[in-house]
Design a protein around this ligand. Sequence first.
Ligand code: ADP
Ligand code: MG
Length: 225
Amino acid sequence: MSEIIYKAQNIKKTYVEGKVKTQVLKGVNLEICKDEITAIIGQSGSGKSTLLHILGTLDTPDTGSLEFKGTELLKLSNQKKAQFRNLNLGFVYQFHHLLGDFTALENVMMPLLIANVPVKEAKLKAKEYLQKVGLSHRVNFRPNELSGGERQRVAIARAIVNKPDLILADEPTGNLDAQNAQEVFSIFSHLVKTEHVAVVMVTHDQNLASKCDKIYKMIDGEIDA
Ligand code: ADP
Ligand code: MG
């Protein structure tokens, strides 16, 4: 069995809006392993995005523990959490969230520049990662000059250029046709093998989920392995 890099235990989350309380996560436990793609499936509204945000330290649970390689993330200050995210996590969303005024290359350089990597080095690294996702011929294109599949590949290059341990992807193929969805999945599979990153992918695509190393199913705020 692969090394466990991330362990979430008894994660609970209730949203309160006015007098209405909604318990979205009811004590979720999960383990994420190195060199694996973990799928999270489940109906719309079952709490998948909430869980992913919490795993990404972008939202805080009411109780529980998030142990990442021996560090309890919930004890970190906001500043340390931001630093943790920048160094260890990559995010990919359903909609690419690329910056429209910047080229593919500049978008991929962004996390490196934020991490204070010198511009020249950032440019080389970004090119290398665009090549890894098969976009060497698109480095100077802006998002609106790229296809949906290409944009997602840029988003993946941006998520991985910092060499994170974990990529959190929320329906990364949700906006793509079957062929592009398969291509994006193949890129994740390839990166897991070559870059030794772990991927957690929320998906509605049964076919893709079945190709993952592990599947968790969210049902009404609870999770089944
Ligand atoms: P999924 O990603 O599985 O579709 P979500 O995690 O987005 O589900 O949402 C789960 C439930 O939590 C939904 O009922 C949603 O309306 C509610 N919810 C999500 N985010 C918030 C929020 N910020 N405030 C209040 N309710 C929320
Ligand atoms: Mg969602």
